[in-house]
Design a binder for this molecule. Sequence first.
Ligand SMILES: Nc1ncnc2c1ncn2[C@@H]1O[C@H](COP(=O)(O)OP(=O)(O)OP(=O)(O)O)[C@@H](O)[C@H]1O
Ligand SMILES: [Mg+2]
Length: 268
Amino acid sequence: MFDVKVRNAVPPAGDRREEALIRVSGLRKSYDGASMILDGVNLAVSPGERVALIGSNGCGKSTLLKCLIGLHDISGGTVRTLGETFDRAPNAGQRASLRQKTGFVFQKHCLVRRRTVLSNVVHGLLGGKGSWRGFSHATALPEWRQRARDALSEVSLADKAMSRAEALSGGQQQRVAIARALVRRPQLLIADEPAASLDPVSGRKVMDLFVRLCRQHGITLVFTSHDMDHTAEFATRVVALKRGGVLFDKPAGAVQSADLEATFDGVA
Ligand SMILES: Nc1ncnc2c1ncn2[C@@H]1O[C@H](COP(=O)(O)OP(=O)(O)OP(=O)(O)O)[C@@H](O)[C@H]1O
Ligand SMILES: [Mg+2]
């Protein structure tokens, strides 16, 4: 039986991957100041890797993704992402830099339903800062519109540019969300269960698309998934979280069924 006490037995992040794009050391995160959701996570991600975070519901995967990019304050340890180092929360300049260099795709794609697909993608260029009031693709700079159209072509949705987002299927909307994340030409793509709301065929297509675009543009991908076929096929590395720490951190091809049994034994 796999002994979960070996959590964090992976070498500390500082021991490897000197040029890591993400380096997390002793990360702790509590929402209420009492219970630690993350309690000493060490992780290093090199450029070009595709890292899958796995673990039971509630183990802290989404929390970790948000801590990596400064969307949540952290309670202890340090995070360095894309050259920005912070130990509680990134400052305003770091936040802006991270927003600029990172793309996010979440399970709920968070498109503005009544706006056009093109407007949704152009809005991605504002890096989450822009208000929607008075905004549309028509008011955007021509070069921004072109970049958005290029991003839509990459996800094979150029013909839907002028459709309202709400008129697209779930799989198509997720592809729009990917285009919106890519339009900023990020170095890092963070995706929280990007295929979870999709049927098996659409989910596989979305994951295929991620991998193709990440390879093509040299983007590093960190994603969460409950689909172990996806993690085996689309990730280069799998990191399992349990009891607030890293249970294992392995090349995707080295993950054994015993590892998964230990990860999903009913304890988050
Ligand atoms: N904003 C928040 N405020 C307070 N507690 C939170 C918040 N977000 C998450 N939590 C708690 O933190 C724990 C980890 O949640 P998180 O969403 O990170 O888990 P997860 O591994 O992503 O789970 P799932 O597989 O269900 O998506 C849970 O107990 C959750 O209730
Ligand atoms: Mg989650």
